[in-house]
Design a protein around this ligand. Structure first.
Ligand SMILES: [Zn+2]
Ligand SMILES: [Zn+2]
Length: 107
């Protein structure tokens, strides 16, 4: 019963890659570190939250398609844009607002 010849393998830390950009994490980074930078971490978090919101909406069956009254673009309410969003972009919102003003002046 001798354990004298047990070969101890050198503990080599496996190389870790940033799950967002695929960059190799620095060798001296802490073991709990997952992302290469805080930028990647927050970017991945936003992506995850968005996809989770989409899945949750689909599961609940409340996914609603909203159409921009200005350009006709369609998006998913509460996922791609805020639930109360009316226009697809600021550009459309401004354009619609300007047109409303113009028609007010002409009358
Ligand atoms: Zn990264
Ligand atoms: Zn639009």
């Amino acid at each position: 019963m001798s354990q004298g010849n047990v070969v101890r393998l050198p503990r080599r830390r496996p190389e870790k890659l940033c799950p967002f950009c695929g960059a190799l994490l620095p060798a001296n980074s802490r073991p709990e570190r997952i992302y290469c930078s805080s930028r990647c971490r927050s970017a991945q978090w936003r992506l995850l939250r968005r996809s989770r919101a989409r899945v949750a909406a689909l599961v609940r069956g409340i996914e609603s398609r909203v159409r921009c009254p200005e350009c006709g673009a369609i998006w998913t309410s509460g996922v791609e844009r805020a639930t109360r969003a009316v226009y697809c972009s600021d550009r459309c919102r401004v354009r619609a607002c300007r047109r409303r003003k113009e028609s007010d002046e002409s009358t």
